[in-house]
Each structure stands twice: as structure tokens, then as C-alpha cells.
Design a protein around this ligand. Sequence first.
Ligand code: ADP
Length: 255
Amino acid sequence: MAGDRADWAVELHGVQRRYGRGRTAVHALRGIDLTLRPGTFTAVMGPSGSGKSTFLQCAAGLDRPTTGTVRLGGTEITGMKENKLTALRRTRLGFVFQAFNLLPSLTVEQNVVLPMRLAGHRPDRRRTADVLAQVGLTDKARRRPAQLSGGQQQRVAIARALVTRPDVVFADEPTGALDTTTAAEILSLLRQAVDTHTATVVMVTHDPSAAAWADRVLFLADGEIVGHLDRGTPAQIAARMTALTAPDSFTQAAA
Ligand code: ADP
């Protein structure tokens, strides 16, 4: 029976992404199989060039896998026409980027309601007030992004990502431009969105302290998921990353 919510927020089956053809082809993703439950917080880590961005782009319908399928909130997006995919991204996905990506000419409140407007929906003022309160920016609703600190701007981006109650929020290095204290505030907001509002968050990061806020860390290497760690500490996550980036020395040490 079709339920209100899908069993899985995110499903990837046999997802491969190849750039180019023939001898010069780059296999950015070599067959990703992954299912994430609603209400979970997942971090994705891996060395530079391991396929993190490609993974996020394919999972979020911003890029198309060469083979394999992606389902979001129970809807298969592989093969979906571009206009339908755009509509789905606006209404059912949220995005948080390293560079905040707010529109400078709009107020905080206008930035937050933008996904609803772009989807052709009437802005829900009550919902907007709720998400602004959730990120602690009620008193900044009429400010413009340039009048806010970096951390405050990222909080606006989080409110904007949450306003439509999306199936999944995709975050790409959301704390990459922030100092440690501000980064922790942003991560605790994402954690809170998962814990108290059952949001589903998938976050790419290179920072073990950021990844430690997630329920599970997935490790990517050379286009494949090579392991995971549940409820890892920053030190445990950092150790796994070191093993991934220096596999030869580890093999030698183990030999
Ligand atoms: P990460 O985000 O982990 O650094 P990426 O997903 O950006 O990794 O890249 C994975 C691999 O795919 C790398 O080898 C990269 O050079 C390659 N790649 C990424 N985008 C393109 C592209 N548009 N064209 C060709 N190769 C690409």
C-alpha cells in the first residue's frame, strides 16, 4: 500500500557516472548502492577526486548517472524530464552550499520563501516564520544578506532549505566557509532539523568534526563506497580518512 512517506528518503541502485569515453574516460562513480531512511543524517567523506561532488549531484538530480537509478522520497528521478526534475528539486529537495547562495537584493524572509515562489505556490507566512524561528533569525527577517555574518547567512540558507519540508536536504561543505564555533552552530541546526523535525540530511564534508554530527559517515574512494562509521567521534573519523588517503603506507604497516 502506498504510504504518506516512502520507506526510503534516498535510494541509489547501481549508480555509475562516467565522464568522457574510451581510453580517457573517467569513472567518477563506479556503482553506488545506497538506501537512507527518512529522519537520518548522513555525511559523505573521501579524498579529493573520490567522487563526492558527483555523488551529491547525481543523488540530488543535478546530474544524471550514466547507468543506475536514483529514487527520492519514493519517486524515481532517473529519466525524468528536466522540467519535472526542476519542479521536484524546488518542492521536495533542499540545498545548502558552502557559499550560502542567497540572493543579495532580497531580504532574509524573501530568500526563505523563494523556493515556494519558484514552485508557483503562495508563500506560507506561518511556515516561513516557523523556520526563521527554528534557525534563530526571527529578528533579522527584513535584513539583507550583506547585513548578516557568514553564520547568519548560512542559517538563512538552512531555513530556505527546510521551508518546503523537503524529502531530503543536500548540503555541500556547509561549514567550509565558517570558523569552528559558527560551524558547530550550523551543524547543530542541521542535527536539530533531523532530530525534532525528521528532516533527512545528506552532507558532503572533508571535516571530521563536521561529519561527527551525522548518524553515519560513508567513505568514498575512487568512485565507490568503501566503508561506513556510525556515531563516530572526530578522531575515529579522521583515522579512517587517513587510512583512505594513505593506503600504501597502511598496507605496508599491516604487512
Ligand atoms: P570529489 O568531489 O570527491 O573531489 P568529484 O566528484 O569532483 O570528486 O570528481 C570525481 C572524479 O571525476 C575526478 O577524477 C574528477 O576529475 C572527475 N570529474 C568530475 N567532474 C568532471 C567533469 N565534468 N569532466 C571530467 N571529469 C570530471
